[in-house]
Design a protein. Structure first.
Length: 281
């Protein structure tokens, strides 16, 4: 058995292990690898971050409510990219706004009984190009995304012809496939992806985040995750909209109401809202 196969088998075992030591072990295995990663420089017209409303949340009244989570004491679980106790800026570019809906709405996240959905969309200006690591298994290289496709084509051209390099790409392919697994089916599916995201964050200081295909949109859209420092220093909220949807058919919703932000006070962070506007069925 090749060394890469032994490593992958061990990662699979550790992923299923519920002990706290297993995640540290995964991180240490990855930290000792030198993997061929594709990067892309990209300046989106806007970044869109979507937040689902929990029960009792009417309007988000501060910029802090719409940026990455900073209540690290309450982040108890792994996300696709974040560890427990770690807040990252999950978002989409303006071309993938619909992907953010499917990632945020409860009915797509394992609650089939959701009859009403309330989300708030924040639109963010970006003041410079972002340097992003692209994570995508080769099986999905024809995904409808010029951003991912351009980076993937460049990546596929890189090959030094050695067996060692081919083994490294096998390892990376395994990790990339982990990003296509759904948390609803297995709660452990975020362990390796979170560890790998932090591998990139630690190994490549010039990188701002990652981009990967969206599971909730059947891999037809892309998600972007930015590090906290980039979100704090290079993004500016320019507007927000709260949207309310009612279920009309299975996973089919009609927008019944929307409400736009009016004034954003960048000194206090306060967001003031206009009156809601109702849509007639």
């Amino acid at each position: 058995m090749k060394e890469v196969e032994i490593l992958i088998d061990r990662l699979k075992e550790l992923k299923k292990d519920d002990s706290s030591e297993s995640y540290v072990h995964i991180k240490n295995i990855l930290a000792n690898q030198i993997l061929p990663i594709s990067f892309v420089s990209y300046k989106p017209f806007r970044l869109i971050r979507t937040r689902s409303h929990r029960k009792g949340e009417i309007l988000f009244k501060n910029i802090e409510d719409l940026t990455f989570r900073k209540d690290i004491l309450n982040i108890n679980y792994f996300g696709r990219a974040n560890e427990p106790g770690q807040g990252l800026f999950y978002c989409n570019d303006n071309l993938n706004e619909g992907t953010g809906f499917s990632e945020s709405m409860n009915v797509f996240r394992g609650n089939p009984n959701s009859n009403e959905e309330k989300i708030t969309i924040g639109a963010w200006d970006v003041d410079r190009e972002l340097n992003l690591a692209v994570i995508l298994p080769s099986e999905y290289k024809e995904i409808d995304s010029s951003l991912i496709n351009s980076a993937t084509k460049s990546y596929n051209l890189i090959d030094d012809g050695t067996d060692n390099y081919k083994d490294l790409k096998v390892m990376l392919e395994f990790i990339a496939n982990e990003f296509t697994l759904d948390i609803i089916k297995d709660k452990s599916n975020y362990k390796i992806t979170s560890a790998f995201t932090n591998y990139i964050k630690d190994k490549f200081p010039s990188v701002d985040g990652i981009v990967y295909a969206s599971v909730k949109s059947a891999l037809k859209g892309e998600n972007i995750v930015l590090w906290e420092k980039t979100a704090e220093e290079n993004l500016k909220l320019i507007g927000a909209r709260k949207r309310t949807f009612k279920l009309i058919n299975y996973k089919e919703f009609f927008e019944t109401e929307y409400c736009d932000s009016d004034i954003i006070d960048y000194n206090s962070g306060e967001i003031k809202w206009k009156k809601p506007v109702a849509n007639n069925v």
